[in-house]
Design a protein around this ligand. Structure first.
Ligand SMILES: *[C@@H]1O[C@H](CO)[C@@H](O)[C@H](O)[C@H]1NC(C)=O
Ligand SMILES: *[C@@H]1O[C@H](CO)[C@@H](O)[C@H](O)[C@H]1NC(C)=O
Length: 309
């Protein structure tokens, strides 16, 4: 579950045909990193530790809180563990979730976990950092053919017809923002959330991350809210059976709770109608990302599927 921070790269997303017959790749023997977190509720520990096998026993109010003070610059904050090599192989498996739906629809979600979100600067002041970051892209298949592409970004995201998306080897391309890991269909600067281009993500065609080389894949049944193992490639294949699928049912937060004023150097400012803080809370996991959605977008109301980039 290690991600890497502060790098811009494009992730080339696999088609279902590739999921069904994963290519043979060199397997790196790499142990599952232990969780350097303590489960906490309201900044108070509720268990000494967690494992992937027992994390789902914890409630939705639990924050998986870093044992390290992030303002002390722990090594993992700037680590390049997980940065893809020249072949696009990352040592961090992508988590794929496949969901069958009515009308011949299959949604293939690609979840990317990063250990830290570096929010960005507004007028030179840092805002919106948090421990833990889950982002996703989704390819919708209709009667076996890819028809739409969704990219998560901050509280929203964007959707395109499959035909409109930029392809690399026939697969849609996502450009991932430096620090925030927001996904975009085009490279360059993308401003969000604040007027006047005050807060912007930067993307470019950096190192390629090819999920087909290393992933764990699961089926999700939205009528019973359960995950089952589908299979994997690379490290993801080696580890998926011992990890199981129950960890995906954890409803809590994959990072620290928003620090109180002055704790860990916390500050907050009113920006227009918004209150923005240096540190916000860690994110919920894949189960909270509307896997059973009917529309292509995570937020279904007003979802527009663009027909051009
Ligand atoms: C959280 O802990 C603080 C300090 O112990 C306490 O004052 C507060 O009521 C708690 N909040 C909740 C929601 O339990
Ligand atoms: C999970 O298992 C570990 C190892 O057996 C144990 O130390 C820990 O307390 C357990 N955590 C929970 C939340 O059950």
């Amino acid at each position: 579950m290690v991600g890497f921070a502060l790098e811009a790269f494009s992730a080339f997303l696999l088609s279902l045909a590739v999921v069904a017959s994963p290519v043979q790749v060199e397997r790196r023997a790499e142990a599952v990193p232990s969780f350097h977190v303590v489960p906490e509720v309201n900044f108070t520990s509720v268990a000494p530790s967690v494992t992937l096998q027992n994390i789902s026993s914890l409630g939705s109010n639990v924050f998986l809180t870093s044992k390290d003070d992030v303002t002390d610059q722990p090594d993992w904050l700037t680590s390049v563990v997980g940065k893809p090599d020249a072949n696009g192989l990352s040592s961090a498996p992508v988590t794929i979730v496949l969901v069958n739906k009515p009308n011949g629809i299959l949604d293939a979600f690609f979840f990317y976990f990063y250990s830290y979100d570096h929010g960005g600067k507004v007028l030179g002041i840092e805002f919106g950092d948090h421990v833990g970051d889950w982002e996703h892209t989704m390819i919708r298949f209709t009667n076996g053919a890819p028809t739409a592409f969704y990219l998560s970004a901050h509280s929203g995201g964007s959707a395109y017809t499959f035909d409109a998306s930029e392809k690399t080897n026939g697969r849609p391309t996502s450009y991932i923002g430096v620090g925030t890991h927001a996904n975009y269909a085009t490279s360059g600067q993308h401003c969000h959330d604040l007027p006047g281009d005050l807060l912007c993500d930067q993307t470019d065609a950096g190192p390629i991350w090819d999920p087909v080389l290393n992933y764990r894949a699961f089926w999700f049944d939205s009528s019973t809210n359960t995950f089952t193992i589908a299979g994997g490639a690379g490290v993801g294949a080696d580890e998926i059976d011992s990890e199981g699928a129950s960890w995906l049912s954890f409803q809590g937060m994959w990072g620290d709770e928003q620090y109180d004023f002055l704790e860990h150097g916390q500050y907050c400012l009113e920006l227009g109608s918004l209150e923005e803080c240096r540190f916000s809370s860690g994110p919920t996991g894949p189960i909270a990302k509307n896997l059973g959605r009917t529309a292509v977008c995570q937020t279904e109301s007003g979802c527009t599927v663009a027909t051009s980039l």
